[in-house]
Design a protein around this ligand. Structure first.
Ligand SMILES: [Zn+2]
Length: 210
């Protein structure tokens, strides 16, 4: 089975010190760097918002980050301004070995709708082109890691399974936001229940070497 490595949103704003920091988020970078050489095809997603994206709390008078509202019929968590196109916060983590990335897929580019998944926006209205890209390379299996486990990684994995790809989640290659305590574990359980395998990076390496 042809396998690709998918790195979800390993961007400065999601690392400690960033606008939407995930605790211990920088721990996923060495895991990504270690795994990349084992894969013929490495894809990275990048949250890539226009400056006035409607997922930003700043665009909603009277709202604070992490409050919930509705956006065009969809529930929307309002976030701090993050991953603005071309801004340093949107860049890949400086310690990430970007030379190992073969293809970048950008999401959240439409100001009117958020996109947690690297495959579709949150309303499944527009595809990012990732599924077509993978099929074009005859990839059937994705090994997934990145940020954040309980948001973009979860939605990406669920969509990948739904699109017919087999998925292995790298347990030590992801960290969660945990807005509510236990969200990260619940997300991992949900991915597993949807059909994802969960493995440590060491186990992934042993399998690809075999
Ligand atoms: Zn975003």
């Amino acid at each position: 089975m042809r396998t690709a490595l998918l790195l979800v949103d390993i961007q400065n704003d999601f690392l400690p010190g960033g606008a939407l920091a995930v605790a211990d988020g920088d721990a996923v970078v060495p895991v990504a760097n270690r795994l990349m050489p084992y894969f013929e095809h490495v894809v990275a997603s990048q949250d890539w918002h226009p400056p006035r994206h409607l997922s930003f709390a700043d665009e909603h008078a009277g709202f604070e980050p992490f409050q919930v509202t509705e956006l065009d019929g969809l529930e929307q968590i309002l976030w701090p301004v993050h991953c603005v196109q071309g801004a340093p916060g949107a860049g890949f983590a400086s310690a990430l070995d970007v030379a190992g990335i073969d293809h970048v897929v950008r999401k959240g580019t439409d100001a009117r709708i958020d996109s947690y998944s690297a495959f579709f926006d949150n309303g499944h209205r527009q595809a990012t082109g990732l599924a077509d890209h993978l099929r074009g390379h005859e990839i059937e299996h994705l090994v997934v890691l990145g940020l954040a486990a309980d948001v973009c990684v979860k939605f990406t994995v669920i969509d990948a399974l739904d699109q017919g790809f087999a998925v292995t989640l790298v347990r030590d290659g992801t960290r969660g936001v945990d807005m509510q305590r236990g969200d990260t574990q619940a997300a991992i359980d949900a991915m597993q229940a949807a059909g994802a395998q969960v493995a440590d990076s060491e186990e992934v390496i042993v399998r690809v070497e075999r």
